[in-house]
Design a protein around this ligand. Structure first.
Ligand SMILES: Cc1ncc(COP(=O)(O)O)c(C=O)c1O
Length: 475
């Protein structure tokens, strides 16, 4: 053997753990390969809808002042791994005033570099290789990848109901009974659908978790991005759940503070201790100067958040107006997040094909469905928190690409604005259909019932039927 043979670089092999991140079987090749193939098509000036536009929606004005002051004053750079004690105290107070949740800042909270590090720390501190973990499908794309990295056995529980997606409780109970899983993991509000689960559903999950003794990791990153007084129920607030729930919070989305890399985990003391141990070998601590941004957070930003939600709501409407043009596309915008999750399965194309075509021909990067779970096939996700004009133009390009596919597939072409079908589709997508129809039908029936009572109606049956129907509708 020649000497220079010894000097040749060895072929470096990534660990099998890293290969697991590819979610084999979900996309052609692997999910990571598909992710890369999509990005490789990026053209100059493409619109990235995989996250919030933090230029159009910048962080609150006080954020930069707080961080600049912290660095100028030479605040503690090496904070304890859990975070600066004063900041932790302030976060505990904020979680109490904003969400009604009580956590001890010394033992039940840890600040992390982004919600993502909180999620990784929580899962890594609890999951052993081979453990059964139950995951909602679809759900946040990285939960499954982290769990695979840790060697967990994953069982998916589907969301049921297109207009109002909620986890299938029968399937959940069956999985709990059969597997005695280590964990249930889900995001709430749900990423990608934007669904908020009803108080009854959260109570039912709590009941099952207690009965089958399952610990739950709930990612509530979008808990402040909930529209129209929709009730939002925290799992940790349910009786008996605080001691078995790990809750993730963070200011990355509604507040656009993703660049500050901050997250918060609230959990029983023993779990926080284990997450601290993980953090001590990964990132050490959340960025020390950024941590101070969490002092005004949840305390002084209520009005600012309300204004931001109004702007997101307008963009939700623009999104609905565009997608309503395609009569075959299924979409039900939900009451939280700034995501739309269109079902384009009628095209009978792989979601990778659709995402690649949108990138190539519409210059828009979307998140393909496979990323979020097996049920993501035939879907893609877009984040509509963007510049209004840019988004309106991008939507038109998206619609054109999808409409071309539809023509090839023999599906009906796009419909005209203002046609009755268009209005019906718009109501359906915005989630106003049932209430509006219900209300107007109720009104019509009430009028009919009262006018009918004024004429002599011997059988009275029409009036009775109307009244019964009316009562059923207003219930
Ligand atoms: C549900 C969920 N959890 C965690 C994260 C990571 O957020 P962060 O930027 O705070 O790390 C995201 C980001 O998209 C998310 O959607």
């Amino acid at each position: 053997m020649q000497r220079h043979d010894w000097l040749k670089a060895p072929e470096i092999q990534p660990s099998t753990r890293v290969n697991e991140l590819g979610l084999p079987n979900r996309a052609p090749g692997s999910a990571r390969e598909a992710d890369r193939a999509l990005l490789a098509l990026a053209q100059e000036g493409f619109l990235d809808t995989t996250h919030f536009d933090t230029v159009r929606f910048p962080p609150p004005p006080w954020a930069n002042e707080v961080i600049a002051r912290a660095s100028q004053e030479g605040s503690l750079a090496y904070t304890p791994y859990r975070g600066h004690p004063d900041v932790l105290k302030s976060v505990a107070e904020g979680l109490h005033t904003t969400f009604g949740l009580s956590f001890n800042p010394d033992t039940e909270l840890i600040l992390t570099p982004g919600t993502q590090a909180g999620l990784f720390g929580a899962l890594a501190s609890l999951v052993n290789s081979g453990d059964d973990v139950v995951l909602i499908d679809p759900d946040y794309l990285f939960s499954e990848r982290i769990l695979r990295f840790l060697g967990a056995q994953i069982t998916h529980i589907p969301l049921m109901g297109e207009a109002n997606p909620q986890p299938d409780l029968n399937a959940l109970e069956d999985a709990f009974k059969r597997l005695q899983p280590k964990l249930l993991v889900f995001s709430h509000p749900n990423n990608p659908t934007g669904a908020v689960y009803s108080p009854e559903l959260i109570a039912a999950i709590a009941e099952l978790a207690i009965y089958y003794n399952v610990t739950v990791v709930v990612d509530e990153l979008y808990a402040r991005l909930v529209y129209e007084e929709t009730p939002f129920t925290h799992l940790a607030a349910q009786a008996g759940m605080k001691e078995r729930t790990i809750t993730l919070f963070g200011p990355s989305k509604t507040e656009s503070l993703s660049g500050y890399r901050l997250g918060v985990v609230a959990a029983p003391a023993k779990v926080i201790k284990a997450i601290e141990d993980i953090q001590s070998i990964t990132a050490l601590r959340a960025p020390a100067y950024s941590q101070h941004v969490l002092v005004p957070w949840l305390h002084h930003d209520g009005l600012w958040i309300a204004d931001r939600l109004k702007e997101f709501w307008k963009l939700r409407k623009i999104t609905a107006q565009a997608f309503a043009k395609l009569p075959w596309l299924k979409l039900h915008l939900q009451k939280a997040t700034a995501y739309a999750w269109p079902d384009v399965s009628a095209l009978q194309l792989a979601d990778t094909t659709i995402a690649q075509a949108l990138m190539r021909d519409a210059k828009v990067l979307v998140s393909p469905g496979y990323q979020f779970g097996p049920s993501g096939a035939g879907h893609f996700r877009v984040c509509y928190a963007r510049d209004e004009q840019e988004w309106t133009a991008a939507l038109e390009r998206i619609i054109t690409v999808l409409d071309n596919f539809a023509v090839q597939a023999g599906l009906p072409k796009r419909i005209e604005l203002g046609s009755p079908l268009y209005q019906q589709r718009l109501n359906e997508i915005q989630g106003t259909k049932r209430e509006d129809r219900g209300n107007s039908l109720a009104q019509a029936l009430q009028t009919l019932a009262s006018s009918n009572s004024k004429v002599n109606n011997p059988s009275g049956s029409l009036q009775q039927t109307c009244q019964q129907l009316f009562m059923r509708l207003i219930k």
